[in-house]
Design a protein around this ligand. Structure first.
Ligand code: PGA
Length: 262
């Protein structure tokens, strides 16, 4: 594949395009071998940052066998280093095995496992203060969107993060806007719907955290992104990449990674 212009992987504000795979609770030794195969084959545009969210049990194996241009991320972690928290994993443990990226606040954590805005803020704080980069997810449900509450919900989720972390932490955050109604449903937000919310998120960060921080922060879109839908979405000025669930398990992920450069 020929990358027409490397510069197109950057927005006018110099934000590097970033695409993440979120494997969720999927994968086996066999299927992971196949995924690593297509990631190695690529080719991946050199100016796109790529990460994959991997279930805890496979993290070390994937970290050992992944190509150098792909970062390995955990899909969750807890808010303290160690202790009586059966079933939990801490940033200290992830760092111990060489993993320093984590996805936090995914809507499945919020809605299936009952994680509150406050807990997600605390997790972001602990992870970042201990040297991790966090992909922090926000997004509204269908009822909330239909009730005209999209901004209210997203600003509340952002505030819970901002309330817990200092300004200096924001360079270690990538935001992911994932409308809950679009996740795993085959209903991708239209490029205009996504852009509208991305712009609101950027404005909120500029006004409530800092102008420079709002300009620099990267905001991924997630929710049924496919090889077909990624091209138009990637043209929107405030969409800086994607967080991809189902399609990240398939070779189609490479098309999404290269959305901005093909
Ligand atoms: P999906 O998932 O691409 O399968 O909709 C996205 C996500 O949950 O991050």
């Amino acid at each position: 594949m020929y990358f027409r212009s490397i510069m197109r992987c950057y927005s006018t504000m110099g934000r590097k395009f970033i695409v993440g795979g979120n494997w969720k609770m999927n994968g086996s030794k066999k299927s992971i071998c196949e995924i690593l195969g297509f990631l190695k084959k690529g080719p991946i545009c050199p100016d796109v940052e790529v990460f994959i969210g991997v279930p805890f049990v496979y993290l070390e194996e994937v970290a050992k066998n992944k190509p150098d241009n792909v970062i390995v991320a955990a899909e969750n972690c807890y808010k303290v280093p160690s202790g009586a928290f059966t079933g939990e994993v801490s940033p200290a443990m992830l760092l111990d095995i060489g993993v320093n990226w984590v996805i936090l606040g995914h809507s499945e954590r919020r809605h299936i496992f009952g994680e509150s805005d406050c807990l997600i803020g605390e997790k972001c704080k602990h992870a970042i203060e201990n040297g991790m980069t966090v992909v922090a997810c926000v997004g509204e449900t269908l009822d909330e969107r239909e009730g005209g509450k999209t901004n209210e919900v997203i600003f509340r989720q952002l505030k819970a993060i901002a309330d817990h972390i200092g300004k200096e932490c924001w360079s270690k955050i990538v935001l992911a806007y994932e409308p809950v109604w679009a996740i795993g449903s085959g209903k991708t937000a239209t490029p205009d719907q996504a852009q509208e919310v991305h712009q609101s998120i950027r404005c909120w960060v500029k006004e409530n955290v800092g102008k420079d921080i709002g300009e620099a922060i990267r905001i991924q879109y997630g929710g049924s992104v496919t090889g077909k839908s990624c091209g138009e979405l990637s043209k929107k000025p405030d969409i800086d990449g994607f967080l991809v669930g189902g399609a990240s398990l398939k070779p189609e992920f490479i098309t999404i990674v290269n959305a901005k450069s093909s």
